[in-house]
Design a protein around this ligand. Structure first.
Ligand code: FAD
Length: 341
């Protein structure tokens, strides 16, 4: 997604652009994710405001809300403006959500409080009205079509092993959690992290109208229009094992997901699909976007910490603007050099 978004923006500005992907369009996390299109960053609003200052957090949240509007415009029927439900599993998480709700409202963001949602199974929830459910692979393929129509040459199954082999004035490495081998000292500081998911058989009843996520985002699920329940998470049940580049499923996490869904729905469901993907985790939960330190013509955009559906589009466009020589003040917060400390 990031690569296609950057390529489209550059081509629209009249640049000659070539996009290489080691796999195919949407072959990485962009085609394997939970389809949650959420405003904001990877950490809660109040926590982010504490870390980067209220003004910066407000402008990041506003930018992502604008990006959701742009996503809606571009993604067509791959996008549904459902809102999302951020759930509290226990009293402690409920208290955290109450603080976040106050902070959001004090800064003028729409957010609603719900007590005891899902029949009291959870303590509380925040409804985030601007959020959406995405069919991510369909959306990214659509974005790639827009890029191709704007003149981007797309080369699939074309891994770049060395930047010296790329005949280009400027390069952006947009591989998020997939190690590219192209980032020098930055390599590995956007930590490859595995996420696992499953999709059940179609369920006739409409049980969930919008994406749900709880336990600090460790559990997430939504019901697709075809009735299938898509669930992911439980990374925390084997946290260390999930810091890996092995894109395989494991019995422990798949078992935990399956029982979780059975418990949610009240019966066991057949699982039709299981898969894993990689995302790039950054210790301060902020994206990594800008010029690669000590490189004049190499840029990076990634590190969305599992929150890349909206940030990927935004950061792809921001990095392209910077490559075009525009002032992009937003990038001050995302500077890659900060990871080198
Ligand atoms: C299971 C899972 C669930 C997730 N759920 C959500 C969610 O619900 N909401 C959300 O916002 N985010 C979610 N994310 C995160 C989100 O999917 C990613 O942050 C986002 O898709 C990153 O997009 P990208 O275009 O930057 O990278 P990717 O889509 O990962 O694409 C990177 C591409 O780089 C290619 N590549 C790597 N090295 C090279 C090389 N040397 N040469 C050429 N190509 C190379 C790879 O083949 C890959 O196709 C999830 C991630 C996972 C894994």
């Amino acid at each position: 997604m990031t690569g296609c978004a950057a390529a489209l923006r550059l081509a629209e500005a009249g640049q000659k652009v070539r996009l290489h992907d080691a796999r195919e369009i949407a072959g990485g996390a962009s085609g394997r994710n939970g389809g949650f299109a959420l405003r904001g960053g990877a950490a809660p609003f109040d926590v982010t405001a504490e870390a980067i200052g209220l003004e910066n957090a407000v402008s990041l949240w506003r930018r992502t809300e604008q990006t959701l509007d742009r996503l809606e415009e571009l993604a067509g029927d791959a996008f549904a403006r459902t809102g999302s439900l951020r759930l509290a599993a226990d009293e402690e998480e409920r208290d955290e959500l109450a603080v976040e709700l106050d902070a959001l409202r004090a800064s003028g963001f729409a957010a609603e409080w719900i007590d005891e949602p899902l029949g009291g199974r959870f303590r509380a929830a925040i409804l985030h009205p601007p959020d959406a459910a995405l069919q991510p692979a369909r959306w990214v393929r659509r974005l790639a079509v827009c890029a191709a129509e704007a003149g981007v040459e797309i080369r699939e199954h074309s891994r770049v092993d060395s930047l010296a082999d790329v005949d280009a004035g400027q390069v952006v490495v947009a591989t998020d959690g997939y190690p590219s081998g192209l980032l020098g000292e930055l390599e590995g500081l956007i930590v490859p992290t595995r996420g696992q998911m499953l999709a059940t058989e179609p369920v006739a009843e409409r049980l969930f109208d919008l994406p749900h996520y709880g336990r600090h985002g460790f559990d997430y699920w939504q019901q697709r229009p075809d009735g299938r329940i898509l669930a992911g998470g439980f990374r925390d049940s084997a946290l260390h094992e999930e810091f890996t580049t092995e894109e395989t499923i494991t019995a422990a996490i798949q078992g935990a997901l399956e029982s979780f869904v059975a418990d949610l729905v009240g019966r066991s469901l057949r699982v039709d699909y299981r898969w894993a993907g990689l995302f790039g985790l950054v210790m301060d939960f902020l994206p990594v976007v800008g010029r690669v330190p000590d490189e004049e013509d190499v840029w990076v955009a990634g590190g969305y910490s599992g929150h890349g559906n909206v940030l990927g589009l935004l950061c792809g466009e921001l990095v392209a603007d910077a490559m075009l020589g525009h002032e992009v003040p937003e990038l001050a917060l995302f500077a890659p050099a900060r990871l080198l400390g």
